[in-house]
Write a new protein. Structure first.
Length: 289
């Protein structure tokens, strides 16, 4: 490979194109970006669900990004409960919990959804159950145990989102200043899947395991939902719904991050089926029989 050298009197007198030759030789090696393929036809699926949003999918084998609305895929929003993946890593490597099975006692406060007590939240929890049921109070507790200083250190080490945890140690991902884009979500997920985050291998393996939502003969799905209340920065000032993760199938992986506008509580149910349908169209998930 050609090497860049400092100019000398001799090289300074050479024609400009010749002096730039080393740079021209290495640029193709240094600049490599996977292709971004727009899918305007996906807008129909969002319209049929009566919502707006983006879906970004990285096909690892093809080294291709599939996207609806590139601009929105690069726009940062509150991570909401998708941050539980990162929070669990911090909890494990700061010993806020011993492992994913350690029981954290319910504080007795009844939590409700749409005015109805949610039984799965109103009981003792662990990192694993808290991930499965997206238990907010559990992950707030482990964040408090980790503390502001250590949380910021891990955020900075991993380069998560905009790295701003202003707004309270137990609220910064829910209503504070932390923001992340769909593109950044996938960057984080790829590093998690490949054991390339600055966390211990044990912590990363644990989070990969507890993030599995479907384990079928044909595929494995790692995923996490999120709901950012008035996460805004979208035109309608609606809530933001997330669904992020990756699919492992036939030795291939597809990483995905979608977010959409939530103008009603019922809109939250649209995140998973909408994403899955578009993943099927890409061949990431098998067609339903």
């Amino acid at each position: 490979m050609a090497m860049l050298v400092s100019p000398t009197p001799e090289t300074a007198m050479k024609p400009h194109w010749l002096a730039a030759l080393p740079l021209l030789l290495i640029l193709p090696l240094r600049i490599h970006a996977a292709a971004w393929q727009e899918h305007p036809e996906w807008a129909k699926a969002f319209a049929e669900a009566n919502t707006h949003g983006t879906l970004l999918v990285y096909d690892e084998r093809a080294d291709t990004w599939h996207v609806l609305d590139t601009e929105r895929a690069k726009h940062p929003y509150l991570p909401a409960s998708t941050f539980k993946l990162f929070n669990a890593l911090v909890a494990l490597d700061t010993a806020a919990v011993k492992d994913e099975y350690e029981v954290i006692r319910w504080d007795g406060k009844v939590r409700s959804i749409d005015g109805k007590p949610f039984a799965e939240w109103n009981r003792d929890q662990s990192l694993a159950s808290g991930m499965r049921y997206s238990t907010v109070w559990l992950y707030q507790e482990v964040a408090r145990r980790a503390g502001q200083e250590r949380m910021q250190q891990w955020i900075d080490k991993a380069g998560y989102g905009n790295r701003d945890i202003g707004g309270g140690i137990d609220m910064f991902w829910l209503s504070g200043k932390l923001r992340i884009s769909a593109e950044q979500q996938i960057d984080f997920l790829r590093r998690l899947a490949d054991d390339k985050l600055p966390f211990s291998p044990r912590a990363q393996e644990t989070v990969r395991r507890i993030s599995i939502t479907e384990s079928m003969p044909a595929y494995v799905l790692h995923a996490k939902t999120g709901w950012g209340t008035h996460a805004a920065q979208n035109a309608a000032n609606d809530d933001i719904g997330w669904y992020v993760g990756w699919v492992e199938r036939d030795g291939r992986r597809w990483f995905f991050a979608m977010n959409l506008d939530l103008s009603a509580t019922s809109d939250g149910a649209k995140r998973v089926p909408l994403t899955k349908e578009l993943l099927r169209q890409l061949g990431a998930l098998p067609r339903e029989i």
